[in-house]
Design a protein around this ligand. Structure first.
Ligand SMILES: Cc1cc2nc3c(=O)[nH]c(=O)nc-3n(C[C@H](O)[C@H](O)[C@H](O)COP(=O)(O)OP(=O)(O)OC[C@H]3O[C@@H](n4cnc5c(N)ncnc54)[C@H](O)[C@@H]3O)c2cc1C
Length: 392
């Protein structure tokens, strides 16, 4: 029987995703110049957003066809393959496509039946719908312990959301998303709420960025945004299974995908460099092609293992941290190695490579910096050592 982890299934899925993703590369320079054009391109049918929506099978209107059969590709192992191919075409455009993205993981973890229907029903409506995941703040970064956004009763006693979120992907084009806020002190006081962008008191504006510009990082502002009990995710769950717990699970599940996006950029730059350096054997020797080719294979295996661990419900996220750490480093070293080998002026002469250098750098900050991944790895190692010591 074929499973979602079957290497033959994943190889066929890779082929199908590569073919479908080709238009992303065609529009990449235009979107990099002006990310505001991306929604127009989507609405004009220039990009295959429905196939890549990442919606669960029950809501997926246009699944990718693999070997003639529709595949929702909603496991982490499948998404790692699909997202690598999308990023190989263009990571900025891929991340800028409509769909559930990170907020979808929170909904999958925490939403009750009504919230699911509201969120997925909107996303499955047939028109493109963008979403956001609002955690990071201008004053407190992505550290949940010091989060300033508050969910508290207003003067009339109704729940209201107040605070600012920054560096939020697709924020200014989104219709709905998840915002994290503090409802009470301590780790259990963190809550995630579903917010419609049209609510009174809610505004979003795009930020000017350098890398992954298609994602249109934005700032979200909430000033007394009314929140109903029906918006509070995990309201039917006990406090220890709500905000922070689900956020950590979301990060663990999303991190292999960030790693695979960095890998896709590295793969694209490698193929480009090999081609561009062909007529110049001297420069080609400077590029360390064999080393990069080996590392691409190694990092792909790490990403695959991390995705598999996430599908099996791994709670530690150690494999995902290792994959993200290595994928980010590879993307940065490879893209910079390619421009160095191509010599002075390479970033002007090869705008795609210039773009990939900028995009590769953005992965360092997305989903936790390398230092944070190293801390996760150290914690994972120590916990495993303690577990073995107790078992022995
Ligand atoms: C492309 C992109 C997309 C993003 N999308 C979203 C989004 O959709 N939603 C969202 O909420 N956020 C998003 N972010 C924000 C991102 O998640 C955070 O910027 C990232 O997690 C880093 O967190 P921080 O800003 O708090 O920095 P910090 O974690 O505070 O890091 C700042 C610096 O301090 C170092 N550092 C921090 N702690 C330690 C430590 N203990 N030991 C050693 N060094 C340390 C870090 O390595 C880094 O150099 C996005 C960012 C990018 C670049």
């Amino acid at each position: 029987m074929t499973t979602v982890q079957d290497p033959r299934h994943l190889a066929r899925l890779r082929g199908a995703a590569r073919e479908l993703a080709a238009p992303l590369r065609e529009v990449a320079p235009a979107v990099d110049r002006d990310p505001g054009v991306l929604p127009e391109l989507v609405r004009a049918g220039r990009l295959p957003w429905r196939e890549f929506s990442g919606l669960p099978a029950a809501y997926h209107g246009a699944p990718i066809r693999v070997g003639g059969r529709p595949t929702a590709a909603d496991s982490c192992a499948e998404q790692a393959v699909v997202w690598e191919e999308m990023a190989r075409a263009d990571a900025g455009v891929a991340l800028g496509l409509p769909g559930p993205a990170m907020s979808g993981f929170m909904v999958a973890e925490l939403a009750d039946a009504t919230q699911r229907e509201r969120y997925y029903g909107l996303l499955a409506s047939g028109r493109p719908v963008w979403t956001f995941f609002g955690m990071t703040e201008p004053e407190h970064g992505s550290d949940p312990a010091s989060m300033g956004t508050a969910l508290a009763p207003d003067a009339t006693g109704r729940l209201a959301l107040t605070g600012t979120k920054r560096f939020i992907g697709n924020g200014a084009r989104a219709e709905i998303g998840v915002v994290f806020a503090r409802r009470a002190p301590g780790p259990l006081g963190l809550t995630a709420v579903l917010v419609d962008a049209g609510r009174p008191g809610f505004t979003a504006c795009p930020l000017d960025t350098v890398g992954l510009r298609g994602l249109e990082l934005s700032e979200l502002r909430a000033v007394g945004v009314p929140v109903a009990d029906a918006d509070v995710l995990g309201r039917h769950l006990r406090a220890s299974r709500r905000g922070m717990w689900a956020a950590v699970r979301t990060f663990n599940r999303f991190r292999p995908l960030v790693a695979t996006l960095a890998l896709g950029v590295a793969q694209a730059a490698h193929e480009y460099a090999e081609q561009a350096l062909r007529p110049a054997p001297g420069s080609r020797r400077r590029y360390r092609a064999h080393e990069f080719a080996d590392r691409l294979v190694g990092v792909r295996a790490m990403v695959g293992a991390a995705a598999l661990a996430a599908d099996r419900g791994a709670v530690s996220g150690t494999a995902a941290s290792a994959a993200k750490l290595h994928a980010t480093r590879l993307a940065e070293e490879l893209t910079l190695g390619a421009v160095a080998a191509l010599g002075p002026g390479a970033r002007f002469d090869h705008p795609l490579l210039d773009k990939w250098v900028r995009d590769a750098r953005a992965f360092e900050f997305m989903e936790g910096t390398s230092n944070i991944q190293r801390l996760n790895l150290a914690q994972g190692y120590l916990q495993e050592r303690d577990r073995r010591a107790v078992a022995a």
